[in-house]
Design a protein around this ligand. Sequence first.
Ligand code: M6R
Length: 586
Amino acid sequence: MCGIIGYIGNNVEQKLLKGLEKLEYRGYDSAGLCVLRHGNFYVEKSKGSVEKLREKTCVKSEFGLGIAHTRWATHGKITIENAHPHFSSKGEVALVHNGIIENFEELKSALEEKGVYFYGETDSEVAAKLLSGRLSLKKIQNLVKKIKGTYAFAIISKKNNSIYFAKNKSPLYVAIGKDCSMIASDPSCFVGACDSFYPVDDGEYGKLDLKKVVFIDKHDKVVLKKSKKLDIDYFVDGKNGYEHFMLKEIYESKNVLGNIIQNYSSPLYKKLLEKVTEIDFNRVYFVGCGTAYHAGLIGQRYFMNNIKKDVFCERASEFSYQNRILDQKSLCVFISQSGETIDTIASLDYAKRCGAKIVSITNVSYSTIACKADINLPIFAGPEIAVASTKAFVGQCAVLFLLSKVLSGQNYIDDLVSLKEDLDFGDDEKLKRFAKKLASEDKVLFIGRGFDYITSLEASLKLKEISYINSIVEPSGELKHGPIALVEEGTILVVLATESELFIKTINNAYETKSRGAKLCLVTNQIVTETIQKEFDYVFKVKNTTSELMPVQTIVLLQKLAYYVAVTKKTNPDKPRNLAKSVTVE
Ligand code: M6R
């Protein structure tokens, strides 16, 4: 988490602020910038959004060099002191950092013993305090040798006209434009200024000047790199008339399905899917975090339905701590929208060390996970800006569906075509009415069986992350084994029941809560009889599609429900409290 940017060129403050706005998805606890002009630093910091920093910043349309940062707090409270950039003891070196310095306490104590004063509580300040005076590649080399942990640094000094940098396990990219040079956590910052970019690799450090960059690898050798073309179309941004990115992105699910159908019908991507069939494996692990983990659970069901192998699904944050069979005969599928989630990267590295074959399903083709995988299957969702993942989940499920079908030798595209045509986002007025009711609740229970249980997990995550309602999920059949004790007069129970064989069982489980005072909401594609209609306070009918794709059909409606609850509660669905889009700390 945290976003960093550095810029050398005209309109430096404006460019830094614009870059920070693009990076704000990485954290929005505080923001700050430092610009070097005529040998002096101009510094501004603010708590909260980049907009607040913009209000304070004196924007000059002059040439200059600067660094900036948007923070997701890890060490130390959300204060101006802890906001980046951080400074050396004499204030002549400024540094921005994304990552965690694991040995910061040890380094800090040693510095304090020497009389160094710390104004804040962050691990990052320690790195700044290890620097002084005129910067050089040697000093950066010494710095990274002392530091253990993850970092992307951009560093400037009053005594140099360069931006120095270093990277380990936190994303960092460099770009050279016609009349500027840039460094950032995400290449989206380069749009409009540069046509290509260089990914900085782990262990590398270097120096950026106007239109020139030097990369040094972990063996202290100069590296010559090939630049990658910046895919401008990918970075088209803006809310397109929607009030929030989240709503826009929910509706973009249809395009995502369209992109997947189109691309995976082409020889190039068909071949990529077929490459997976050439892998010799007897067991499969799906690994991801949050929404990507839920997509993995869906993938697990697809594989269990279509392939006769052992299939597991695990959270990336737990994956490397379990003893299990993981070897050359294991296929590991890592799912990540950003491709930068650190727990997922760590699990991928672990699986690689064990000899497993690695497939990734990502939305960012230049991301760390996509680059580390043996085969990367893109989801073609375009940038997902809202913190709550929506269209990416749809893309992940669709690609997993394709993969399971290809592996079992079945024709796969037609089902997705029908899903795309029938994708139903629900009746807005009805959703808003139910959202109003939910917005006044402290807790809500979701139940479902089979695929519906997994869809409930995802729907509940959406609701809790953007509306802060305590949302609990249980498989329908588990209620009686404990959770039903939570039901009291007026408790809202959202019942997902889209599988015909399981429908009546789930409806009966709902009735058991109704007789204990619950208010019931049903989401189904099945026939709703008059009796059922009478028992349920809210009924949402969703269109039918092939049963394996019902989670996609159902989730878009429930994503919208969560969105309307957040809007009713006046919480910002795009930037929920305490969260960041890209989770790059363990
Ligand atoms: O970029 P990733 O897909 O690896 O991110 C994984 C999770 O952090 C992410 O899905 C998170 O749970 C979302 N906020 C959910 O909406």
